[in-house]
Design a binder for this molecule. Structure first.
Ligand SMILES: Nc1ncnc2c1ncn2[C@@H]1O[C@H](COP(=O)(O)OP(=O)(O)OP(=O)(O)O)[C@@H](O)[C@H]1O
Ligand code: SF4
Ligand SMILES: [Mg+2]
Length: 345
């Protein structure tokens, strides 16, 4: 098998908590990301889901070098990019681009659409020399389904969905290989979400892109992801192929999340069991010992307090070799079908 385009291992981001004004003293840390591992194959889409505050955006920012990891490595085509600097770093950054969540605040209101989309060329003039920029930007507008004549308009003259298309065009400007999309449709109306997801799908084929697609809701990533990773309190707790996670989840947290996704079919809705989790998500400054999910898990036992479950295929599922045998960080992982399986298309 070919080498993954991205390999993330032991990725950590801790923000220090300090007291004192003149003499700062560290009294703890916000463990925003606390040991994340995953791989991204060339051309695939990895969905990352989890509740608000579990560390999704922090992972995304480290991938595009907007944040420096506290520990761990991010290998792009086999090379650790967390230690690069200068020209080597700029080349890598060009190949890994981000699309942001909120198309209302992520576009500068005082810049024209042409300047917004063409801004990355200031840092990478080798991709589009000055005389060629206008044409390149118009091409990009066309690619994302906007009229190239809109090049001199301002962001407020566009709808939310159109603004996200502008954000995507900007992400594509440097012809990257990887796009990290941080909740790219969460701020949009449901009716517009599908259009933007279809656009991302088409662009993936046209430009041979690999995607990290972040969402807080499992239902959004279902149709675009080849694999899905579920995050809880700074870690991935379950990861696998899309059907493994949706139809054969083995981690109690994934099962709880799935029990809450909206289902269009009233009969399926009726037959599905809702799993209501006890309590709130613990603070990332004070992560529970053992299994970090244990304070909300209905299956928690003594072992869960003392022993950290590793993200791997659980030994008791390994022999089964079926779709339930995928990575799940739970001592008592077992399959539970929460949502009635979809009919094969
Ligand atoms: N610069 C920072 N300093 C201190 N804490 C931070 C910083 N940035 C993020 N955090 C904290 O780290 C944790 C993870 O934040 P992050 O934004 O990555 O979560 P998220 O999963 O993207 O959430 P959301 O779904 O709300 O976007 C949160 O508790 C957040 O408050
Ligand atoms: S290890 Fe224990 S607490 Fe953690 S998810 Fe599994 S059963 Fe629940
Ligand atoms: Mg976020």
């Amino acid at each position: 098998m070919a080498e993954p385009i991205l390999q993330v291992s032991g990725l950590v981001k801790h923000y220090p908590l300090t007291t004192g004004i003149l003499f700062k003293k560290q009294v703890g840390a916000v463990k925003a990301v606390d040991g994340v591992d995953f791989e991204l194959e060339q051309g695939e889409t990895l969905g990352i889901v989890g509740e608000s505050g579990c560390g999704k955006s922090t992972v995304a920012k480290m991938l595009v070098n907007l944040e420096k990891p506290t520990a761990g490595s991010i290998k792009y085509k086999g090379e650790d990019i967390t230690t690069l600097s200068g020209k080597a770093l700029r080349t890598v950054r060009r190949n890994i681009q981000m699309v942001f969540q909120d198309p209302y605040t992520s576009l500068n209101p005082r810049m024209t659409v042409g300047d917004i989309i063409g801004e990355p060329y200031d840092i990478h003039p080798e991709v589009a020399p000055k005389g060629d920029r206008r044409r390149k930007v118009q091409e990009l507008l066309d690619v994302v389904g906007l009229n190239p004549e809109y090049i001199n308009r301002y962001p407020h003259q566009f709808s939310g969905g159109q603004r996200q298309r502008i954000g995507i065009a900007r992400g594509l400007a440097l012809r990257p290989e990887i796009i990290v999309a941080d909740e790219p449709v969460s701020a949009l109306d449901v009716s517009i979400q599908a259009q933007v997801i279809n656009l991302l799908d088409r662009l993936q084929n046209d430009f041979d892109l690999s995607y990290i697609f972040i969402a807080h809701d499992l239902s959004i990533v279902r149709h675009i992801s080849d694999r899905v990773g579920v995050m809880y309190l700074g870690r991935i707790v379950e990861i696998g192929k899309d059907a493994e996670i949706y139809d054969h989840p083995t981690h109690p947290y994934t099962q709880a999340l799935l029990s809450a996704v909206p289902l269009p079919d009233p009969e399926a809705r009726e037959n599905r069991e809702r799993i209501i989790l006890a309590g709130d998500v613990p603070s990332p400054t004070n992560i529970p010992s053992g299994c970090r999910f244990r304070t909300r898990c209905w299956k928690a036992q003594d072992r869960c307090v003392h022993e950290v479950p590793l993200l791997a295929v659980p030994p008791h599922l390994r022999l089964l070799e079926g779709p339930q045998a995928h990575d799940s960080a739970c001592h008592f992982a077992e399959e539970k079908q929460v949502v009635p399986a979809e009919e094969p298309e």
